[in-house]
Design a protein around this ligand. Structure first.
Ligand code: 13P
Length: 250
């Protein structure tokens, strides 16, 4: 019912030349694969080239973030209309690295989410708790508050193209993966809160991806969980052969 999504977040890696070399190697490896949606989030300097190089294929690309306004004196920012102008129709919002290092807030994620929806750009919104929050048994409350804040005033019809990534911050880039059961439980909490915000049908239909040290050798057990509808992969998405193995999990 929910088509899985395997997404690669390249973070601040790869020049345009390196990005195109990846695409050249990757496309033949996943040719014809349509069990899962395949998505790449390159840096802004590579995005247009990756969009062009993947046009008409089973691989799609999106931006790692955007501003909510169409233009203005906001140095360093990129607007929804600018993304649309290069053919970009997907965006990652609220990644924990934006929250930890660049003061991103869920109130701003909410503004960005509304802007993405109104421009027909499909948003993938990230949630996840800190290690200290998990240790203090606050995971559930933290996730519920994050979801409520990010999805404030988003209707069921607006949430149609929404995807969510659960990325426990302690599992990102650390080599520590949440156990499949732990991830499944967190996804369940997020789905319940999504039902409160946008209705049961939206909650049923929305893909919730897991992210945090996903590798070829742990993807299958994660994907076997009922509530896990895909993966958002950092480090292991940078090498075409490795990422293709993840896409082709059993
Ligand atoms: P890693 O897969 O490198 O842990 O990164 C996860 C992530 O942050 C994806 O957005």
């Amino acid at each position: 019912m929910r088509k899985p999504v395997i997404a690669g977040n390249w973070k601040m890696y790869k020049t345009p030349k390196e990005s195109l070399a990846f695409v050249d190697e990757f496309l033949p490896l996943v040719k014809g694969h349509d069990r899962d949606e395949i998505l790449l989030f390159p840096t802004l300097t590579s995005l247009e080239r990756v969009l062009d190089a993947t046009a008409g294929t089973n691989v799609h690309a999106g931006a790692q973030t955007m501003h909510w306004l169409n233009e203005g004196a906001y140095t360093g920012q990129t607007s929804p209309t600018m993304l649309l102008s290069i053919g970009c129709r997907q965006v990652l919002l609220g990644h924990s690295e934006q929250r930890l290092y660049l003061n991103e807030t869920f109130e701003r994620v909410n503004l960005k989410l509304k802007a993405a929806i109104s421009h027909g750009i499909a948003p993938m919104v990230c949630f996840g708790e800190l290690l200290t929050e998990r240790e203090q048994m606050q995971t559930e409350e933290v996730l519920r508050t994050q979801v409520r804040t990010a999805l404030h005033n988003i209707s069921a019809s607006e949430a149609q193209r929404l995807a969510i990534a659960y990325e426990p911050i302690w599992a990102i880039g650390t080599g520590i993966t949440a156990s499949p059961e732990m991830a499944n439980e967190a996804h369940e909490i997020i789905r319940q809160e999504l039902a409160h915000c946008c209705g049961a049908e939206t909650a049923q239909n929305t893909r919730i991806l897991y992210g945090g040290s996903v590798k070829p050798d742990n993807i299958s057990e994660l994907m076997a969980q009922e509530q896990i509808d895909g993966a958002l992969v950092g480090g292991a998405s940078l090498v075409a052969e490795t990422f293709a193995k993840i896409v082709q999990y059993k």
